[in-house]
Design a protein around this ligand. Structure first.
Ligand SMILES: C[S@@+](CC[C@H](N)C(=O)[O-])C[C@H]1O[C@@H](n2cnc3c(N)ncnc32)[C@H](O)[C@@H]1O
Length: 336
């Protein structure tokens, strides 16, 4: 059942989509085509990829908020009697337990790739402490800060623009834990992992942990298998990701940075049933989008984007069911 908060969020999303500038909308479509060219083999550098990601998410975060995806990740289906939002809540609680905070109420956590800050808000509510977060897209950061102010939590929630590919703009040894939800490893090339792992290590206090729920390939994914590669080409742009890492490569970088990896394991349950639920909702939404297009409230590109989202989503379901990739691979690592 949708409550008034979610209905209001959806309405704001539609309004934002209708009022985004023509440049922003074009940049979003250009970014999607850029992702597709990347998958077709075009050589691109990280700066171009990061720009495309920021342009894409600026529109996508508003579009997905219409479909009740304000937190921009699909969780594992931990409880099949519940919907996507409640499964996100369960996933976030489980991650917080993995951080094993000795003093939750005085803790300060870092949310890497924090989106609109709603996960940070949830964890700050659970711990009673502070959460900082950074994101490449100023639109999401503004939304997070507005929300913190509305909840009267600006003293405990701090969001700013930041880029994983740069040194983190935080003091050394300032956090009691850091975490990420489908926001870090999908944007790194193998040779870039060490730099970020070292930065994570630097900003954490001694004994603090990193925990994540992240898109990674499974060890069954084989780059020399044409079927695997064909699915990957279709689904990766839909995930709005630019890279696909193996858990072993990420863990090796964390270990080289000085972390002790405690857990590296597949998600506790699959995400594809929730992806499919969302796909059905989006299909339903397309009728509304077409109606809005007719009365010129939504421009034609919205439906084109939904179409691309739809086809990539189907490829994702196939890849996940075949256990080739995991949206919620779990890693827990401790600074030692
Ligand atoms: C799949 S979304 C997840 C967002 C958030 N963790 C959540 O669950 O709501 C991926 C996020 O990573 C952010 N992102 C991508 N590349 C980034 C970068 N280089 N630096 C910081 N954030 C980045 C995107 O803007 C987006 O908010």
């Amino acid at each position: 059942m949708w409550d008034s908060y979610r209905l209001k969020t959806a309405a704001t999303g539609v309004k934002r989509l209708a009022t985004l500038s023509a440049e922003d909308k074009q940049a979003c479509l250009d970014a999607y085509r850029f992702f597709q060219r990347m998958q077709a083999g075009e050589q691109t550098d990280t700066a171009q990829e990061t720009k495309a990601v920021a342009d894409y998410y600026k529109v996508l975060n508003n579009m997905l908020s219409v479909f009740d995806l304000e937190k921009l990740y699909i969780p594992p289906m931990l409880d099949d009697s519940k919907g996507l939002y409640d499964n996100q809540i369960l996933t976030e609680k489980a991650l917080l337990a993995e951080l094993d905070l000795p003093h939750p109420s005085s803790s300060h956590l870092l949310d890497m790739g924090c989106g609109r800050g709603r996960i940070a808000h949830h964890l700050a509510t659970l711990t009673g402490g502070q959460v900082s977060g950074y994101n490449i897209d100023p639109d999401q950061v503004d939304n997070g800060n507005d929300w913190a102010a509305r909840c009267d939590m600006s003293d405990r929630l701090h969001f700013k623009v930041g880029d994983h590919h740069e040194p983190l703009d935080y003091e050394s040894e300032s956090f009691d834990g850091c975490f990420s939800f489908q926001a870090v490893w999908p944007f790194f090339k193998k040779e870039e992992l060490d730099l970020h792992a070292r930065e994570m290590y630097r900003v954490l206090k001694f004994g603090a942990r990193y925990a994540c729920s992240e898109y990674l390939l499974t060890p069954f994914f084989d780059w020399s298998n044409e079927e695997h590669v064909a699915l990957h080409r279709l689904y990766l742009p839909t995930l709005a990701a630019t890279q696909s890492m193996y858990p072993a490569d990420v863990c090796a970088a964390l270990e080289r940075a000085g972390f002790h990896v405690i857990v590296s394991a597949p998600s506790k349950s699959e995400a594809w049933p929730l992806c499919e639920q969302k796909r059905d909702l989006i299909l339903h939404g397309r009728r509304v989008v077409r109606a809005l297009e007719k009365i010129k409230v939504a421009p034609g590109w919205v439906e084109e984007s939904l179409d691309l989202l739809q086809r990539g989503g189907e490829a994702w379901t196939q890849a996940e069911r075949a256990k080739l990739a995991d949206l919620n691979w779990r890693i827990v690592a401790e600074k030692r």
